[in-house]
Design a protein around this ligand. Structure first.
Ligand SMILES: Nc1ncnc2c1ncn2[C@@H]1O[C@H](COP(=O)(O)OP(=O)(O)OP(=O)(O)O)[C@@H](O)[C@H]1O
Ligand SMILES: [Mg+2]
Length: 257
């Protein structure tokens, strides 16, 4: 059992696209997957709902009966849980966060992998997501400012997890990479050279299949399996699984950034 938190400080960098497609590709590889959505709008759950059916809101999760709040998605092996509904409704109290964490971890125990789609920018729910997870995969848009925020991101992870939990970082996923030798692809190449252990080999290209798949309520592979972002998300899912077997887990500090 594994809980992986998908996070970035910055908004709009591809967290939701990466959560949905990682969850979908892991499910396609035969893993039993739970996609838990911490976004108040349920962005990743809506991403698995065709646009014409989105008037019906995702089923809100109820603390105390989380297992009953799980919804089977149209993707085989993939279920969803709308945790953002709780986050949107009530200001969190420490005791409520703790009991939700225990219940959530127990539920996650019924799956091979739980992917947690976080909202951006920090806050109590983002910290909660980091604490309940085994590791955080940081989504980094390939653009000139990307690495300025990296030390802050690593500090946030360490702070959220406190003294008792090792601040594992699954890796850094570079997104929105251009197809030619433009600035974004040069930045991605630099990042892989500079942080060879931390940055995933796979990078995610900027590709219209992502918004198209979102509109259709599909993962990218189901929209067009040959498109560059579909191929990349399939490769990334395999790379994520390979990293789990690694014994030298990444523990990054801001000195590494
Ligand atoms: N690889 C990509 N190629 C093209 N468009 C993309 C790609 N990844 C994401 N997008 C688009 O960029 C926008 C932001 O993506 P997404 O919602 O996944 O980001 P996010 O980090 O989850 O945002 P938020 O911080 O609001 O939760 C969406 O319109 C999405 O369709
Ligand atoms: Mg999002």
């Amino acid at each position: 059992m594994r809980i992986i938190d998908i996070y970035s400080i910055k908004g709009g960098v591809g967290k939701t696209a990466s959560s949905v497609n990682l969850a979908g590709e892991l499910a396609a590889l035969g893993k039993r997957v739970l996609l838990a959505d911490l976004d108040p709008l349920g962005a990743s759950i809506l991403g698995l709902t065709p646009a014409k059916l989105r008037a019906a809101k995702p089923q809100p999760a109820e603390p105390g009966s989380l297992a009953k709040s799980v919804v089977l998605s149209p993707v085989p092996n993939l279920s969803t849980l709308f945790l953002g509904s709780i986050a949107a409704e009530r200001p969190p109290e420490e005791s409520a966060l703790d009991s939700l964490a225990s219940e959530f971890k127990e539920l996650a125990g019924q799956y091979d992998v739980t992917v947690l789609d976080s909202p951006p920018a920090g806050g109590p729910w983002v910290r909660w997501g980091m604490r309940v997870s085994h590791s955080v995969a940081a989504i980094v848009q390939s653009e000139p400012l990307a690495f300025r925020i990296l030390p802050k991101l690593l500090d946030q992870i360490r702070e959220a997890r406190g003294e008792n939990i090792t601040p594992y970082v699954e890796g850094l996923l570079l997104t929105m990479v251009g197809s030619s030798n433009d600035l974004t692809s040069r930045i991605a190449a630099y990042a892989q050279k500079r942080y060879p252990k931390a940055v995933f080999r796979t990078t995610i290209p900027r590709d219209p299949v992502i918004p198209e798949a979102n509109y259709s309520g599909l993962i990218a592979s189901a929209q067009n399996e040959a498109s560059p972002a579909s191929v990349a998300y399939r490769e990334w899912a395999r790379e994520v699984i390979d990293r789990w077997a690694r014994t030298d887990k990444l523990v990054l500090g801001s000195q590494d950034a």
